[in-house]
Design a protein around this ligand. Structure first.
Ligand SMILES: Cc1ncc(COP(=O)(O)O)c(C=O)c1O
Length: 324
């Protein structure tokens, strides 16, 4: 992975090498941090980088912070502005991944959530696929259970709870699978290690409700709209039994990292025909068009990075015109 050149850290853009914390930092020791993960898609025809739904990501980021009793000084708009400034500094002209993080920064011993001071950082780096074979993933049902809302709230992206995801992912990969499907405490399908899950059965898409301990995924929400409005596939949110996986026609994971990934085998059984099915295939094509800003009707989901850059600032377009 290419490291970023810069970071938004302590309220300003600094070289990445200066964005450092001490080993006693509370968030590092106790997992008392929250994060977000966004993608920015490069559109070569327009020489523009489009952030996918940054307001929604930063809204959830602030809500995740609230779950940890953290009050951040920045608003959704201020965070979006900081990110745009960071990306303009990096002058990226390729697909990127963005990682905002808010963590309790005190260098002190004592596990708690009160009387602590949060700090925010944002970094962005060039990024392609999170999973290589996203048209034919082989998943396993994990022996780990998803954290419950009575343990660590799964609806937000809380740093410490990703140890749960890490157990599931590592065990799955060491056993030769690509990903894990994790069940919740009731034995219902919850999600993958870092992605939401959808089944397609008899023309209907089914996904677990948020109350089954899933992250309130932005891609999940976007996919629900695209399936219903554009592909005419009704979506039902309800608990999913483990054996429904065996009987479904198609299965996919969705999330900022995996984007839309077809799951074609679970444990040692094929899903449907054992190949990516028509709904997932159409959804992938549509999703990438939408995210890259190629669909006028979904342009509001795409936040341009360079469009309103101040006069005199270097942008991919301005650089290109001076070079030619
Ligand atoms: C546990 C978990 N579930 C689901 C998702 C998908 O969420 P989003 O679509 O907001 O990226 C993620 C993050 O990418 C995640 O970490």
């Amino acid at each position: 992975m290419t490291l970023p050149g810069h970071a938004f850290f302590r309220g300003r853009i600094v070289p990445y090498s200066e964005a450092r914390v001490g080993v006693l930092t509370h968030g590092l020791n106790y997992g008392t941090g929250v994060f977000a993960g966004l993608r920015a898609y490069w559109n070569a025809d327009e020489a523009e980088l489009f952030l996918f739904r940054p307001k929604e990501h930063f809204q959830r980021f602030l809500e995740s912070a609230r779950l940890l009793d953290m009050t951040l000084p920045q608003s959704v708009d201020a965070l979006t502005d900081a990110l745009v400034e960071l990306l303009r500094t990096e002058l990226y002209r390729e697909d990127c991944y963005v990682r905002p993080l808010a963590f309790y920064a005190d260098e002190s011993i004592g596990v708690r959530l009160h009387n602590l001071t949060p700090e925010v950082s944002i970094v962005a780096m060039p990024y392609g696929r999170y999973v290589e074979n996203d048209e034919s993933l082989h998943a396993t049902i994990s022996s780990w259970r998803r954290v419950d809302d009575t343990m660590i709230p799964p609806r937000g992206k809380i740093a410490g709870s990703y140890v749960n995801s890490a157990f599931a992912k590592t065990d799955a990969q060491r056993a030769g699978f690509d990903e894990a499907i994790v069940l919740n405490q009731d034995g219902h399908v919850s999600e993958a290690s870092a992605a939401n899950v959808f089944l397609i059965r008899k023309g209907t898409a089914i996904t677990p409700p948020v109350s089954d301990n899933v992250l309130e995924g932005i891609t999940r929400r976007s996919v629900m709209e695209l399936l219903t409005r554009e592909l005419g596939v009704p979506v039902v949110e309800r608990s999913i039994d483990r054996t429904e996986i065996t009987l479904c026609d198609e299965l996919f994971f969705c999330g900022t990292g995996v984007q839309i990934a077809a799951v074609t085998r679970v444990d040692h059984r094929p899903i449907g025909s054992g190949r990516m099915g028509p709904v997932v295939s159409s959804l992938r094509a549509l999703y990438f068009d939408v995210a890259r800003g190629r669909r006028a009707d979904y342009r509001s989901w795409c936040h341009p990075v360079y469009a309103d850059a101040p006069a005199g600032a270097e942008t991919p377009l301005r650089k290109r015109s001076t070079a030619s």
